[in-house]
Design a protein around this ligand. Structure first.
Ligand SMILES: [Zn+2]
Length: 318
């Protein structure tokens, strides 16, 4: 079995508590969880807008996807994220067999780390979905307007909050046609691949029914105690699993979404998502079927995971 290389570069800190800064005079930092909660009406409305019919199911290469990209790009800027490279939008294309080239675009923004700017946590969520089929719009509210809006929500909640690591926020395109956007990101990385210590991927984080899965600790056991610690505090039932090849292939989600591209490159991942539901990949995956409180609790949990990872992952030898 393949051992992820970046794991050699960090160990889990023995304690999560940080030392008080000299002088103790610094004002208390903004509480990002409180900021997230205060933003909830805006967030839920963004989920409604990104999964509305005029986005036409956000099929890669369609006008609906372009609308979605513009919608998210404006919010990346408002959240105070910095472009990585030329700008937020990173176009790419690919060919498969005899089919002609297809085009997509990832959205990438970053906020530099205060302590470890050369160490990167990539928070991802794809914004594309199935588009229109047989006249029916696949709005993909859960899959994955929820994760794409979640990225923006986390970035806003973290404004002014010092984090140790640089955090790159990536809204990937073309996930539904084979993790194409994430594979492009890994193949042509906008930040050095060996600077990426972790991918946190959100794909389907709205329809929790009170249960959210965190996959990835099977492959990177150092993540387990961090996730278990979050689980004791999370506002929902955070369960570790769906990452082992030992059981049925259907139950192993290691390659089921964009984190699979990071995993293949030897980068540890945490995938956050819900169990499949009857509206999964059907035209009924609509905003109206999302319970806003469940969605917000999933985003609170995702934010807790990011904050915990930022604190607990420790580079060594630097
Ligand atoms: Zn998805």
């Amino acid at each position: 079995m393949h051992i992820p290389l970046p794991l050699r570069a960090f160990v889990v800190a023995s304690t999560l508590g940080a030392c008080a800064p000299d002088g103790d005079a610094a004002p208390p930092a903004t509480d990002p969880l409180a900021a997230l909660s205060a933003d909830s009406a805006v967030i839920v409305d963004e989920l409604r807008l990104l999964s509305a019919d005029d986005m036409e199911g956000r099929g890669t290469g369609t006008p609906g996807a372009a609308l979605a990209l513009a919608f998210l790009e404006a919010r990346f800027g408002e959240a105070g994220l910095e472009p990585v490279g030329e700008g937020f939008t990173h176009p790419f294309s690919w060919s498969r067999g005899a089919a002609g080239p297809r085009a997509g675009a990832n959205l990438v923004g970053q906020r530099p780390g205060a302590e470890r700017p050369g160490r990167v946590i990539v928070v991802s969520g794809h914004y594309d979905h199935e588009g229109v089929r047989n006249g029916e719009i696949f709005n993909g509210a859960d899959d994955n307007a929820s994760g794409a809006v979640g990225l923006v929500a986390l970035a806003r909640a973290l404004r002014g909050v010092p984090l140790r690591h640089t955090v790159v926020f990536a809204a990937f395109d073309a996930e539904e046609v084979g993790l194409r956007g994430a594979r492009e990101f890994v193949a042509q990385p906008p930040v050095p691949l060996d600077s990426i210590v972790l991918n946190i991927n959100m794909d389907m984080v709205a329809r929790t029914g009170g249960i959210l899965w965190a996959a990835g600790a099977h492959h990177t056991p150092a993540l387990r105690p961090i996730l278990e610690s979050v689980a004791t505090r999370a506002p929902l039932d955070l369960r570790l699993g769906h990452d082992s090849p030992a059981g049925s292939p259907r139950d192993d989600w290691t390659s089921q979404s964009d984190h699979g591209a990071f995993h293949e490159a030897g980068i540890p991942f945490v995938y956050l998502g819900v169990d499949d539901h009857p509206d999964y990949h059907r035209p009924t995956d609509d905003f109206e079927r999302v319970v806003p409180g469940e969605y917000m609790n999933a985003l609170r949990t995702a934010l807790m995971v990011l904050l915990a990872m930022d604190q607990a992952l420790q580079p060594t030898g630097s």
